[in-house]
Design a protein around this ligand. Structure first.
Ligand code: CA
Length: 251
């Protein structure tokens, strides 16, 4: 799945939110920042736009793909979890920022498991939303503004090259854009090449979750990374499972 931000736009964003005043507030602020924004008010319509198969999408032909989705959890027709799940199942790995109503942890964990890259708890400040949006889009449009002081150099893994600074993996066939969590997970493993990094350490470092959180979020991300990096994802040579403990990266 590749997509590129075109010249002249800071990025194309889909806002999925049924509360009109919130949706319009988000739209106004994003447009002020130069983003191109589309708003839909229910989950089924969102899946139609993102997966392209649930509703008639003939009028969308020719539109370029979205760079980011701001996805409310509570929606008519289909909730945000289901929208994220169906979007990922269709092979669309667009960045997803989920808006949750409660910060009790369970919604957050479920959202991350269904494929959200980041989350924000309502009510949120608009400047905080804009900051998250910038971070999530950085993978597609690296402007160096918030560049880490010592960025990792490119890492060659088999036939693939990981460009940490550009949030992408390049293979002879394609360039794959990575999400912030994918980059975080890769960095956590590459930084400790040859060592086992435990699941608890990854949950804490990459997702900001408690190390004992019961979740399969790491597993689904590992599946994705292996698909990008491994010659045969069923027999990984670079991202190796260490039974009962975690994962080890080998170049
Ligand atoms: Ca809502």
């Amino acid at each position: 799945m590749t997509s590129r931000v075109q010249e002249g736009s800071a990025g194309r964003i889909l806002v999925v939110e049924d509360e009109a005043h919130i949706a319009e507030g988000i739209r106004f602020n994003l447009e002020q920042e130069g983003y191109e924004v589309e708003v839909v008010g229910d989950g089924r319509a969102a899946v139609g736009l993102l997966a392209g198969s649930e509703t008639d999408s003939s009028d969308r032909v020719g539109d370029r793909p979205f760079d980011l989705v701001i996805l409310d959890l509570m929606l008519p027709e289909m909730n945000g979890f289901e929208v994220a799940r169906r979007t990922r199942a269709s092979g669309n790995f667009v960045a997803i920022l989920m808006l949750t109503a409660r910060d009790d942890g369970s919604d957050v964990v479920r959202g991350l498991e269904e494929g959200a890259d980041d989350y924000l708890t309502k009510p949120f400040r608009l400047d905080e939303l804009l900051a998250r949006v910038r971070v999530l889009l950085r993978r597609r449009r690296w402007d160096g503004v918030e560049a880490p002081s010592e960025p990792l150099p490119d890492v060659t893994v088999g036939r693939a090259v990981i460009h940490f600074d550009r949030f992408s993996i390049e293979t002879p066939e394609e360039t794959v854009n990575l999400t912030t969590r994918e980059v975080g997970l890769l960095r956590a493993l590459v930084d400790r090449e040859g060592e086992t990094v435990t699941r608890g350490e990854l949950l804490q470092e990459v997702w900001g979750l408690r190390p004992d959180t019961k979740t399969r979020v790491i597993d689904s991300f590992i599946v994705r990374l292996r698909r990008y990096l491994e010659r045969d994802p069923a027999h990984p040579e670079h991202i190796i499972s260490v039974r009962g403990r975690g994962y080890r990266f080998e170049r």
